[in-house]
Design a protein around this ligand. Sequence first.
Ligand code: ADP
Ligand code: MG
Length: 691
Amino acid sequence: MNLPERFGENVFNDSVQKETLPKEVYTALRATIEAGKQLDTSIAGAVAAAMKDWAVSKGATHYTHWFQPLTGLTAEKHDSFIEPDGDKVIMRLTGKSLIVGESDASSFPSGGSRVTYMARGYTAWDPTSPAFVKDGTLYIPTIFVSYTGETLDKKAPLLRSMTAVDRQAKRILKLFGIDCKKVSTTVGPEQEYFLIDEEEYSKRKDLRLTGRTLFGAPVSRGQELEDHYFGAIKPRVMAFMRELDEELWSYGVLSKTKHNEVAPAQHEMAPVFSTTNVAVDTNMLTMELMRTVARRHGLVCLLHEKPFEGINGSGKHNNWSMSTDTGLNLLNPGAAPEKNTLFKLVLAAVVKAVDDYQGILRGSVASAANDHRLGANEAPPAIISVYLGDQLGALVDSIVKGENYVTGTAPQGSIGVPESPIFPKDATDRNRTSPFAFTGNKFEFRMLGSQANVSDANICLNTIVADAFEQFADELEGCKNFTEAVNGIIERELKAHYRIIFNHDGYGPEWEAEAAKRGLLNHKNTADAVPLFYEKKNVDVFVRQGVFTAAEAVARADIRLENYTKIINIEALTLLEMVKQDIIPAVSDFVADLCQNLAAKQAVANLPCETETKLIKKLAELNDKASASVEKLEKHLKKINLHDFKKASQDMAHIILPDMEEIRKYVDEMEKLTSSDYWPFPTYFEILYNV
Ligand code: ADP
Ligand code: MG
């Protein structure tokens, strides 16, 4: 494959636009994309025509507005380009069909934003994310709004949050005498996933219906040898990765790094970062391609956050920064951060934002699946804290304590670390336990779940940082002595929010106790974390930054709780079905056979049968206990009113999940004692070591 030539071959990208569009149309379109100028709709006809011709030359017959409803997935509805022309057809895409589409919104979750009789929803073109051709269809990235203008998707608020950062960051930059057209937030999402054999997958009802295993005794060899991480990649996985890369590159996705992860059968793909909305779109596409390419190799790609208990789950590290169209990264400390006032102010804004809004930042990554990672002694904890690393940590300490900042003395080299001039990766990356870590010239928000649409976290992050910028800009604009004022803000805010900074091990129980002392929040599950979105202060910040109306903010929290409730309900029902229809009968059969053997032995020669006797007793007991717990779970489940999702979500977290865990305990114990000839589902060993 000639990579440079084929890279982005399926994308209506800048170079194709330049080639195919009339010059003034191209210029107008780029002004919207690069400088955030209002789209000149009179160019839509010309863009649509060029896009269609290009797509048809790539074999496309259809187009679709591609959007991201609140299901967390992507949605598409395909229309062909055909238009009757006598007894023939012509291929056509009008400017209007490029810009707006109409869609029945009634079957998408809206959290009550839209009353059902007003089912009209509109999709509107997002020209800042390029269209592409896939499977004979032109995909046009769009936003999705209701008839009354409320947002029904994750894209519109994401774009609004980016606009908020742009607006406020430019005010800050202006104060420093820096002029630019646009400040964009950037994201590089590192994507973790599991690959397992299709055959084993197809035999696990739980994996198929819920994405995770609801049972499974630990394997005798998990990840304790730590030999999978960065280990040699198996040929079958390599073939998958190669094909995935080729597909990703053809869609212009900057797939850069691939490697084995910590757990057996776990892997990671990291792309080069891009503007946030493009990063979101390409991440959604990446997840979809991972699933479809895996199938071609007889594999199934699991994107669930915790498909297997006892080994690492999967997350998505959201590397995040802000930069100007002139190439200035606002989080680049430079060679002498202590003298870089702009950097220190930006840092103070981020630290302040993360501390002030730790609750919703945590809530923005909360989901039923991610709960199995966060707060479960796995990377990272449910407590939000900021890791700055040694050098930056020392700088902040010096500001807060009013001491002189001593730049680290270098044992070799000049600036403290031999390999690299400033804040080298190994100074910060050594700490893998922090949920929000400064890594060189960006922050890495590590709490996101592997299957999440990264919009949610970025909407929140952008909004709260924009809000801190706004407060600073309000204060600084028109102040008498700028230097004094700006240094005053840096010192004041770092002091006020010092508690959120934690430069040590985030996994240990000591941190939980220490964090509690500092008054930091520690919500371990979605049911407890999401209600923070209802608090006035948290609604207000979205409203103030023009990202959500109050109704939208509340509707989104409703959807999260409703979704959480539904997911646990499905898991509980699946678990009940598996235990009642498959596991209890299988164990009972095995016990019956053991009894027969025992009887036969006794009848023939009164042979010793202590083994059988013990096993029969133990399994019969466990099976009874499992049955009793099943009855308890059924009783509890019956009492839950799913429509009252606020109460139901609490019950799911605090009653149903513990019930499910109790059943699992008995089942996993039985699995270890039951002959594999009888066990109805593939075990962890069979699933994890069969690729
Ligand atoms: P690692 O964390 O493995 O050491 P890097 O720090 O180079 O690797 O990058 C991790 C991810 O961060 C990559 O996806 C990279 O593109 C992304 N990244 C790098 N710089 C930025 C930035 N300014 N904004 C957002 N993401 C970035
Ligand atoms: Mg990382």
